[in-house]
Write a protein that binds this ligand. Structure first.
Ligand code: ADP
Ligand code: MG
Length: 551
């Protein structure tokens, strides 16, 4: 009779269900799980904080299209990882969190790190369950993976008590569960496809908004074809960037506010009209805008703005339907319209507005000057991670994305602290590619110790820290009398020295004239590095035309 442990059964089933990467921190009682994962050929990345590990797992899920794992210890380990569950729930990204739990025969006794982890996880999970026997492991893993992936993707949780992890049973008593396949790609009602095209044909100022739902559904070929076919201008959401390349002539990214405010018909494809899109409300949007809403999640239809046409189903499938309809009955938005002209003028005016800051060679430098060199230096297939208030917002406009799923940022939940966890996942899931994580100093602080993880695994991650000394800007020196202001950090901080501690490249830039060389030298190492860039603590965004634009 061959015996098998719960840890091994779990690892086998995760592997069977397509889990390739697990990020986590070991300790009681999950050490055997991590070893079992490695035995099954799953890559285990040991990290330094469970928050980062749970962020890494969901980014890996988004990038690979399958739920990836996070493994944590009982009690505090699970609690730290809740941050990732909440972020994954908001971003609609799949992941499976596996928490060790105190032994079942100590339930309620005040066991070491005892916690009602299933209840804690439930608030953010689509599915959360305790594994109470060895023979149920295949069933629970299948349920969890399928629930995470199908419908609207999201996080799931499995609770693994110590006695299940360590306990051994006769291998023959353990059955298998079916392997979860690709989620079904449902099509929209043919009538709604015709109605959507008819509405676009009647538009004076059409606009397509391309969100990360389209990136998730791998709809880039179909969306690119649709834009090229119809010549409708498009706006990418922050992580929808790259589904259609940012350098496409129909991108209105540099005239975002104008395009949103004026458009009369919007094809809203895999994006939500939440805070990122200003709820679709005036004065940001035309109050009479007709929304043609493409979403896989029926409950999303009409959220904040009633939909003129509902295209319910999978993004790739429906964009294919729209293209097929257009192939039968070709239509393209006119080449010369007042709408196109106004967008072009706005783009030119916005570029003009930042040209002075881009050319400003004074030290310490401003954001736009820093991004001028960074954008120039980036390679088209770099994975870009962006985090921090100004660093992320300005970086989004200044760093182009050419490929889909090559940008990760604070996302729908606006989470600070995702940076290095996401960078680890981006590097692990894309062997051979370079990851560039451009972070503010405050953002970097949340997960800076993951630099050790990056160095231990020799991941090609270049962290560029744009240091304005604090949250939304700081001071050049701490006040001599009185406590440091709440939003300010140590003005003399030299974050690049953290890289030195782990043998990575370490560069410090004060003068804008030295920035490009520092970036090139970091790149030449072909390994991890930090480029620390001292900014003017008062540097900010370009002045906005309306006060409400910065709200
Ligand atoms: P963004 O931040 O880019 O606006 P959101 O995450 O807010 O993106 O919205 C993405 C939308 O895409 C969600 O409403 C989600 O239901 C939808 N979605 C997710 N997967 C698919 C898919 N395969 N096909 C179509 N829509 C999808
Ligand atoms: Mg800062």
């Amino acid at each position: 009779m061959a015996e098998i442990s719960g840890a091994r059964i779990l690892a086998r089933n995760l592997e069977q269900q397509g889990v390739e990467y697990v990020f986590g921190i070991v300790g009681f009682p999950v050490v055997p799980v991590a070893y079992a994962l490695q035995k099954e050929g799953i890559t285990f990345i040991g990290m330094r904080n469970e928050q980062s590990a749970s962020y890494a797992a969901q980014a890996a899920g988004y990038l690979t299209g399958r739920p990836q794992g996070c493994l944590v210890v009982s009690g505090p380990g699970v609690i730290h990882a809740l941050a990732g569950l909440a972020n994954a729930k908001e971003n609609l990204w799949p992941m499976i969190l596996i928490g060790g739990a105190s032994p079942t025969d100590q339930n309620g006794m005040g066991a070491f790190q005892e916690e009602d982890q299933v209840a804690a996880a439930k608030m953010w999970c689509k599915y959360a369950h305790r594994v109470e026997s060895h023979d149920r492991i295949p069933y629970y893993v299948e349920q969890a993976i399928r629930t995470s992936l199908f419908g609207r993707p999201g996080p799931v949780y499995l609770d693994m008590p110590a006695d299940i992890i360590d306990g051994r049973v006769d291998e023959e008593t353990i059955g298998t569960a079916p392997t979860v396949g690709e989620p079904p790609r449902t099509h929209a009602e043919p009538d709604s496809v015709r109605k959507a095209i008819a509405a676009l044909k009647g538009a004076e100022k059409p606009l397509a908004i391309v969100g990360k739902g389209m990136a998730w559904s791998r709809a880039e070929d179909e969306v690119r074809q649709f834009i090229d076919r119809t010549q409708v201008p498009f706006l990418a959401s922050p992580m929808g960037k790259g589904v259609v390349p940012d350098d496409h002539p129909l991108s209105v990214g540099a005239a975002r506010s104008h395009a949103l405010q004026e458009a009369d018909v919007i094809l809203l494809a895999g994006a939500r009209l939440n805070w990122i899109m200003h709820f679709g409300a005036k004065p940001r949007f035309n109050p009479n805008v007709k929304v043609l809403q493409l979403d896989s999640y029926p409950e999303q239809i009409g959220h904040n703005v009633p939909a003129e046409v509902a295209l319910v189903g999978d993004g790739k499938a429906i964009m294919g339907q729209l293209n097929a309809e257009l192939a039968d009955d070709p239509w393209r938005y006119e080449a010369e319209t007042a709408w196109r002209t106004s967008i072009a003028e706005k783009i030119a005016a916005n570029e003009e507005a930042v040209a002075g800051m881009k050319a400003d060679e004074s030290a310490p430098m401003n954001y736009y000057r820093a991004f001028r060199d960074i954008a120039d230096w980036l390679k088209p297939d770099d994975l870009i991670v962006g985090e921090g208030a100004n660093t992320m917002d300005i970086g989004r406009t200044q760093m182009p994305n050419i490929e889909p799923r090559h940008r990760l940022d604070a996302g729908s939940y606006g989470t600070m602290g995702i940076g290095l966890g996401f960078a680890v996942a981006a590097a692990v899931c894309n062997p051979g590619k370079r990851v560039v994580s451009v972070q503010g100093d405050s953002a970097f602080g949340f997960s800076g110790m993951e630099m050790e993880t990056i160095c231990r695994h020799q991941l090609p991650v270049i962290v560029v820290i744009l240091n304005n000394n604090g949250i939304g800007g700081g001071v050049a020196e701490l006040p001599e009398d009185g406590p440091p202001p709440p939003s300010v950090y140590l003005p003399t901080a030299r974050y690049e020295k953290i890289a030195e501690a782990f043998g990575a490249g370490s560069f410090h830039v004060e003068d804008p004239a030295d920035l490009r060389a520092a970036l090139d030298n970091a790149a030449a190492l072909e390994g991890p590095a930090i480029v620390h860039v001292r900014l003017d603590p008062k540097a900010g965004r370009k002045p906005q035309v309306h006060g409400w634009l910065t709200r």
